[in-house]
Design a protein around this ligand. Structure first.
Ligand code: 6R9
Length: 635
């Protein structure tokens, strides 16, 4: 029996049970049957979850680009690997075949080698969403350099911190980037960052916007002339299974961002397997994940997962609102997208706009639609299901993290019956458990607890770059022997999981544990509400009380705020219970969000407490200006 793809619900349970009873056989068979190896492993997995020491497929030799590209060339050489959809819809889209991708990656790999990059060196990639970004990443993987992609919307300070921490010796960037109606001067940001980064000796510059830039003698080089000269034949480096493939930074609420390290074989096996199953990928499907490649979602489900399956993947340079709010739907029609994978924050933003934007376009190429990044509230789920999926496409609400490398809990499209706001079942191979305050595993269903994973999986991060102690402390110390996700969840009567939010954000009111997601979900059900965020603040009697920040829909209708407050609390009482009613409400025009769309609740908590200092690391904020506005209007 092949374990790579689940075909029906009955088989899901079979695979799941097998994966728990015999995890080594389960993953070993998947790895053996679906990838190309230079040499097989000695042991499928070895681990010590107390020391946070995990190895998958140790002893094996491989190169991940052989698996992403070379092995497809015979059968799929002329198939489109990447569709590049530019920011400006009038600029022609680019179709890059597997043959062309192979050529481009080989040339780039040769350029990197000529510039002195060696196996194990770190290369920082700070590029907009253009094909060169994918090519640069894969070229690093080809020669065994460790890529560290930094989202090209981050400030010079955030970029410098990441270059310094990873000790990158090279930066790959562009003159600028197009984003909607704006042009971002990327090279200038790099120049500023590099004033603080002595480790960087070379900067390769892609020409994208034709902006005039400073080229520092002896350090900065235009990429294209080097590529023109380079050979398109490049031998892939033979890598060990546990050699690092990349570093990707994820920001903690305090301290420096954490450089999560993913390694070669396990990450490859896990992203390929999860992509195939969750999206029910079939040959000739066109996959579009709207995330930026600078996030783990882009790494795993724009690049590695799809390419490992020989799929066609879309790279979109622009934003959902440019030239207007129909851009996503237009792109789906234009490229006949089969799987569309996006984030609740984008869905909510587009659902606020007129329905004609989505109704104007033919979305019938869609088979599966997916969501990731935050809990998706019920209203957004239904809007997505009704208007984008036309009630025919399963909505896969996928729960996972930068640290997990790939999707952990999610419906499998066409197999797991979906349920709004529920990520449903863990994938076969993922041993999810809920833990109580006394660190005991909670058995049975209809329970609530802290979400942990009690057995390693191939895609898990192996360490934090240069700080294994922090890795151990953050993820493996609260519940000895288990990986702690930091999220709270409930398990319903059939065993479906619903993620209720970060446990740090859980609010204890009069002794009751309340997750933020279900309360916000209830608030958002009110017809006047577009979005909301709930935090706790100290209260003499209850210990904590609830403070709600609410964005109203722009309907032009003037509403009495006192009445709205009462109505919103009634919604909470109906959906969650009177215990979760808000003590205070503040109507705001926006919420502080990270660039990947997550609400920074710790800032809102500070404001609710009336403590307007020590906001911690705010370098990843999309809209820092909103903080002052919310502060000033605080009651
Ligand atoms: C992939 C990604 C991880 C955190 C995670 C959780 C939240 C992600 C979710 C979800 C509810 C989902 N999260 N997907 N919460 N439902 N489907 O987003 O990685 O940026 O590291 O964030 O995002 O809180 O712990 P990352």
């Amino acid at each position: 029996m092949s374990y790579y793809k689940v075909d029906n619900l009955e088989q899901y349970f079979k695979h799941y049970n097998k994966s728990i009873r015999e995890p080594r056989k389960f993953w070993g068979k998947i790895a053996e049957e679906n990838f190309t190896w230079y040499q097989p492993w000695d042991k499928v997995v070895e681990f010590d979850m107390t020391e946070a020491d995990v190895q998958w497929f140790a002893g094996a030799k491989l190169n991940v680009t052989k698996n992403c590209i070379d092995r497809h060339l015979n059968k799929r050489g002329e198939k489109t690997a990447i569709i590049f959809e530019p920011n400006n819809p009038d600029e022609e889209a680019l179709h890059i075949t597997y043959n062309e991708l192979h050529q481009r990656v080989c040339k780039m790999a040769n350029v990197l080698r000529e510039q002195g990059v060696k196996k194990g060196d770190r290369v920082c990639i700070y590029l907009p969403m253009i094909p060169e970004l994918a090519v640069a990443i894969l070229a690093c993987a080809r020669i065994g350099a460790i890529h560290s992609v930094v989202f090209a919307g981050f400030s010079s300070k955030a970029l410098a911190t990441r270059i310094i921490d990873s000790e990158s010796k090279m930066v790959i960037t562009s003159d600028g980037g197009f984003r909607g109606s704006k042009t971002i001067e990327l090279k200038e940001i790099v120049d500023e960052a590099l004033q603080k980064c002595p480790s960087v000796s070379t900067v390769l510059v892609v020409k994208r916007t034709n902006t005039a830039v400073n080229m520092k003698e002896g350090r900065d080089i235009w990429l294209q002339p080097l590529l023109d000269e380079a050979s398109d034949n490049s031998v892939a480096e033979i890598m060990d299974a546990e050699d690092p493939l990349f570093i990707l930074y994820t920001s903690g609420s305090t301290g420096n961002p954490k450089g999560m390290v993913h390694t070669t074989a396990g990450y490859m096996v896990f992203t390929a397997y999860t992509f195939k199953n969750v999206f029910s990928y079939e040959e000739n499907d066109v996959h579009w994940c709207t995330a930026d490649i600078g996030w783990i979602t882009g790494h795993s489900y724009i690049l590695y997962g799809p390419l490992l399956n020989g799929a066609t993947t879309v790279i979109f340079e622009g934003v959902p609102s440019y030239p207007d709010h129909s851009r996503f739907w237009q792109v789906i029609e234009k490229h006949k997208v089969s799987q569309f994978y996006t984030a609740p924050t984008a869905i909510r933003a587009l659902a606020k706009e007129k329905l004609e934007y989505v109704q104007k376009y033919q979305l019938n190429s869609l088979k599966v639609i997916g969501s990731v990044g935050e809990p998706i509230n019920e209203e957004a789920w239904h809007w997505f299901n009704d208007h984008v999926g036309n009630k025919k496409c399963p909505v896969v609400d996928t729960w996972w993290q930068t640290e997990t490398g790939g999707i952990m809990i999610s419906p499998l499209a066409f197999i797991t019956p979906t349920k709004p706001t529920y990520a449903t079942f863990p994938l076969p191979g993922i041993q999810a458990v809920l833990m109580d305050d006394k660190r005991n595993e909670i058995e049975g269903n209809q329970v609530v607890g802290s979400l942990c994973i009690k057995f390693p999986w191939p895609g898990m991060a192996r360490t934090i770059w240069n700080d294994h102690q922090r890795y151990k402390d953050t993820y493996f110390s609260q519940y000895p022997g288990k990986y702690f996700t930091g999220d709270g969840a409930l398990r319903d009567e059939v065993g479906y999981y619903r993620i209720t939010g970060r446990v740090d954000d859980v609010i204890i009111v009069s002794g009751h544990n309340l997750g933020t997601a279900p309360i916000e979900d209830a608030i958002n059900e009110h017809p006047a509400v577009a979005e909301s965020a709930v935090v706790g603040f100290p209260h003499d009697v209850k210990g904590n009380a609830l403070y709600g920040y609410v964005i109203l829909k722009e309907t032009g209708e003037i509403r009495n705020k006192e009445n709205l407050f009462i109505e919103i609390n009634q919604h909470i009482t109906d959906h969650v219970g009177p215990i979760a009613k808000l003590d205070k409400i503040q109507f705001v025009s926006g919420l502080p969000k990270t660039r990947s769309g997550k609400i920074m609740r710790r800032i809102l908590r500070k404001i609710a407490e009336g403590n307007f200092t020590d906001y911690g690391d705010t370098s990843t904020l999309l809209n820092p200006e909103i903080i002052e506005e919310i502060q000033n209007e605080k009651k």
